[in-house]
Design a binder for this molecule. Structure first.
Ligand code: ATR
Length: 285
């Protein structure tokens, strides 16, 4: 890759950020498309994100993906906020306009729906209630995206019931809250179960989800992608349920960001999923 006087710079900001797969994905797409651009990782001080964003106003970089712990702050700092970012109360994408304005968006919902469509062909969010595990930022964005996509009901299942109730009330639509102990009841008749908690992430305990209570037609998705087949997905597969993994969501949320930064859709034929899998399998320091 040659860096020129016209190279378009974008990147991801988070803390920690060094293990992010986004640079790998975006730079592979840039190389495949022959675009004069680069995508780098930034690690602003945890209390210095506002300063960092201010310094980029006017187009020092074209845009940023934003990850933990800056997604909520990113929304507040932006001058323009898309409806889906507002609904999620978080932004994973900031675009810096030449006039100094900053636009915030959230592509996580698109990534989730895209992953479902890709790995569970024929799945329709309108097909039935959807059980969502968790009530943090990821769950909030997912619930809003599912309601917007026509889900007749979203059942938010969380360890702390009060948090589930807050998210259900904020998102509105047909959202209901369930404590984790009532997961079996929440799973009855669902079209899908989606995990939006970090449970099952490498090295962390997974919870025992009573997937037996789901209909045979239910799709089970995990936003965690390390390991690729989480204990939840392994159990779903053992029960014969269709599954959708978090890596597909990661790749699919990246595509609209790429387009926002570089003005072109990701090129066909670059297997970023395979590259990401290889990177995940390598022991990382
Ligand atoms: P994010 O912004 O990535 O969604 P978060 O805001 O920290 O992360 O939210 C994490 C969610 O996962 C919470 O809903 C949390 O449950 P609580 O509200 O009870 O804290 C849930 N969570 C985390 N670890 C969990 C575990 N081991 N079992 C069940 N739920 C878990």
């Amino acid at each position: 890759m040659t860096i020129s006087g016209r190279t378009v710079v974008a990147g991801v900001a988070g803390s920690p950020v060094t293990h992010s797969l986004s640079p790998l994905i975006h730079n592979a797409w840039l190389a495949g498309a022959g675009i004069d651009g680069v995508y780098v990782a930034f690690s602003p001080a945890e209390d210095g994100f506002a300063r960092f964003v201010d310094g980029l106003r006017g187009g020092a970089v074209r845009g940023l993906n934003v990850t933990i712990p800056f997604k909520e702050t990113a929304l507040v700092l932006a001058d323009e906020v898309s409806a889906r970012a507002r609904a999620a109360q978080a932004a994973n994408l900031l675009v810096f306009e030449p006039d100094g304005r900053v636009r915030a968006d959230n592509t996580d919902g698109l990534g989730m729906l895209g992953a479902l469509a890709a790995q569970a062909p024929g799945f329709q969010p309108q097909a039935g209630p959807i059980a969502l595990l968790g009530a943090g930022g990821a769950a909030r964005g997912a619930a809003a995206a599912l309601i917007a996509a026509g889900a007749p009901e979203v059942r938010i299942v969380n360890r702390t019931l009060e948090k589930a109730q807050t998210v259900a009330a904020d998102v509105g639509g047909s959202c209901a809250a369930f404590p984790l102990e009532a997961a079996a009841a929440a799973f009855e008749g669902v079209a899908a179960v989606i995990n939006a908690t970090p449970a099952g992430l490498a090295g962390r305990a997974a919870f025992e989800a009573p997937l037996e209570a789901t209909p045979e037609t239910a799709v089970v998705m995990d936003m965690v992608y390390q390991p690729l087949v989480t204990p939840l997905l392994a159990k779903a597969q053992a029960l014969g349920r269709r599954t959708v993994d978090g890596l597909e969501m990661l790749v699919r949320q990246a595509a609209p960001s790429f387009e926002a930064f570089y003005g072109a859709a990701p090129p066909e034929g670059v297997d970023v999923r395979c590259l990401a899998l290889t990177a995940l399998e390598r022991p990382r320091p």
